[in-house]
Structure formats: structure tokens, C-alpha cells
Design a binder for this molecule. Structure first.
Ligand code: URA
Ligand code: SF4
Length: 214
């Protein structure tokens, strides 16, 4: 398989149309072991689009992004930052769950550069319909998918950046003059030694996002 492109409709009219097409995607090997494609969800004309890494165990079973522990934490942070939850769309850089089986458990494995590249056409197609004002990049995988392999969250977080001008392949994004803001992934907050401080850092970054679209 050479990436998702051949499954992406050429002139999609809705996110639902993309989502149905993505259900059949075999653009990389991740479709084989995962339960289902987990596409983005949210307001079709959202001002703010969040991009995460890939669905987790709960998302893989339910077929919706950010409905597990990381999703609950993110929802709380969105509220605390004052972002309007009805004006958001949330998706992932990679749309199938990558995992390793240990006994009865499925252990999360980060997607590799090949999975990120293979799945990227879906992200581009989502942007073509959504035309958001602001893209919130949650963690390193989303950052690499959108801004290139040298992206580092710690260096860029909490700052508004021009986008897609600063992206790796700005020419393939069908949008102009929007902004991006990177922050840590909510799963990193869940794993942090000082969880309160990590949570506050996430909320502070999201407040910059809220102010940018107010
Ligand atoms: N982590 C992600 O990056 N995305 C999800 O949908 C769930 C957890
Ligand atoms: Fe297609 Fe992305 Fe799933 Fe790979 S991860 S099969 S490219 S939807």
C-alpha cells in the first residue's frame, strides 16, 4: 500500500463523505489489526481544529476520537481555557490504532514516519472542507505530520505560528492564512510526574488559542 490517497474522494462535499470513504482505507498496514478507522468529529465549520496522534484503545473500539481518558482530560482543559466546545473539530494524524499485543492487553505504539505520511491525505482532505481559523497541534506526532520531522513541542508550544506557511508541505494544504498553536498531548499530562503543573501548562496554551479566535 502506498498511502491513503487512492481512497480519498476527489471532490468531497462533507466530512461524512470522507468518513465513509476512510472506513475502507488500506493505505498502510495499520488497518489490518485495528478494529476500525477512527475519523475526525465535530462542528463542520469549526473555527478550531485539534490534531492528535492516533486513536487509543477505547477510541479503536468505539470508533470515535478522544473518547477515552486523554479525551476526558482534553475536554476539561478546553472548558478551563474558555474555548467553545461546540465550535471545535477534533481529529488525529493517523486514523488507525497502532498497538502491540501482550497477553490480553493491547499496548499503544506510536505511529512511525511511514504511517504519518501514509495517512496525511485524510488530514489534508479534512482541512479542505473545514477551513479552520486555528489548528491546535497536540504533541509530537501531530507536529511532525503538519510541520515536518524537526518539529519539537517543547520549543514551539504556546506560540501562535503562521500556518500552513511554516508547514513541511504548505503547497498541499488547501487553506491559507490560518494559525497554528502547538501544545503537549493530553496523554503526556496523564503520564507526567507533576500532573497539576502539566495540566495547567496545557490550559495556559489553550488560553492562547481561545484568545486568538475570540
Ligand atoms: N490520543 C490521541 O491522540 N487521539 C485519540 O483519539 C485518543 C488518544
Ligand atoms: Fe489508511 Fe491511515 Fe488507516 Fe493507514 S492509518 S490504513 S493510511 S486510514
Amino acid at each position: 500500500p502506498a498511502g491513503a490517497q487512492q481512497w480519498v474522494p476527489q471532490h468531497p462535499r462533507s466530512i461524512d463523505e470522507l468518513k465513509s470513504a476512510a472506513a475502507d482505507c488500506q493505505g498502510c498496514e495499520l488497518f489490518a489489526d485495528a478494529t476500525q478507522t477512527v475519523f475526525g468529529r465535530g462542528a463542520p465549520h469549526a473555527k478550531v481544529v485539534f490534531v492528535g496522534e492516533q486513536p487509543g484503545d477505547v477510541e479503536d473500539r468505539r470508533g470515535l476520537p478522544f473518547v477515552g481518558p486523554a479525551g476526558h482530560l482534553l475536554r476539561e482543559a478546553v472548558d478551563d481555557a474558555g474555548l467553545d466546545p461546540s465550535d471545535l473539530y477534533i481529529t488525529n494524524a493517523v486514523k488507525h490504532f497502532r498497538f502491540e499485543t501482550r497477553g490480553a492487553r493491547r499496548i499503544h505504539q506510536s505511529p512511525g514516519p511511514a504511517h504519518i505520511a501514509a495517512c496525511r491525505p485524510w488530514l489534508v482532505s479534512e482541512f479542505s472542507l473545514l477551513k479552520p481559523q486555528l489548528v491546535v497541534i497536540l504533541g509530537a506526532t501531530a507536529g511532525k505530520a503538519l510541520l515536518g520531522p524537526s518539529f519539537r513541542v517543547t520549543r514551539s508550544r504556546g506560540q501562535l505560528m503562521p500556518w500552513p506557511a511554516s508547514a513541511q508541505h504548505p503547497e498541499d494544504f488547501p487553506v491559507e492564512d490560518i494559525q497554528a498553536l502547538a501544545t503537549i498531548h493530553p496523554s503526556a499530562v496523564l503520564r507526567a510526574d507533576d500532573r497539576d503543573a502539566a495540566y495547567q501548562g496545557l490550559v495556559d496554551d489553550l488560553k492562547v488559542a481561545a484568545a486568538a479566535v475570540a
